[in-house]
Design a protein around this ligand. Sequence first.
Ligand code: ADP
Ligand code: ADP
Length: 231
Amino acid sequence: AELLEMREISKVYGNGVYANQRISFSIRKGEIHALVGENGAGKSTLMKILFGLEKPDHGELILEGETQNFQSPQDAMAKGIGMVHQHFMLVESFSVRENIALGYEPVKNGFIDKKQANEKVLELSKKFNMKINPDSIVRELPVGLKQKVEILKALYRGAKILILDEPTAVLTPQETTELFTQLKHLKDQGFTVIFITHKLREVKEISDRISVMRSGKMITTVNTVDVSEAE
Ligand code: ADP
Ligand code: ADP
């Protein structure tokens, strides 16, 4: 069964740009799904709709059989959807722990329980094999680690479906390899990953399926096995 379905989604921006034109698209539980296409194809728009950052003009979003009407990212997060932005949404002068827990900190006797937040961050970083010091200041971290902070932040908030917007664009080849290992690890634990890219070569090695967009339309969805066999 499909975990997530987007049916006939359309989005026109105020300037008249038809960013998404009757897009139908589905995601299976536990898959790594790559969304590819040229710049301007409408990928970010589709993912923003899925994360509650944009509202579609038409169409339906169905999660585990239930129609959703996300008004904000908070609504999407409450349903287990998390997003890792291309330009991270982190507070640079804050620590890793503060960034991850901010707004979601455990409270004890009416006070934020920093000790418990720290433990939860450490526990998550261990569980997902992302070595990171909760006390380091985000500004001082290399880009690959900042991305890990964003991923942990989404997991901390209970994300089961992770959307990554061009996650490799800012990474070195070594960081890319590390990210891919991490995504496979998440997949093995039952998480679902959707990631935007325009590097087809890169996605073939880790994705289960690829969906291709062009000029606001969904062209096709293929299994990566079929892609490899066609070569
Ligand atoms: P992609 O992620 O594939 O590069 P986008 O979804 O970002 O594509 O953009 C699709 C089209 O919509 C492009 O023509 C882009 O310029 C336009 N667009 C994106 N965001 C906005 C916006 N906020 N307002 C107006 N046009 C937008
Ligand atoms: P990113 O994909 O990393 O968000 P972009 O440069 O595509 O970066 O977009 C930055 C912001 O500008 C986004 O919020 C996007 O929706 C908006 N945007 C993109 N294209 C247009 C456009 N043609 N007109 C107005 N806003 C746009």
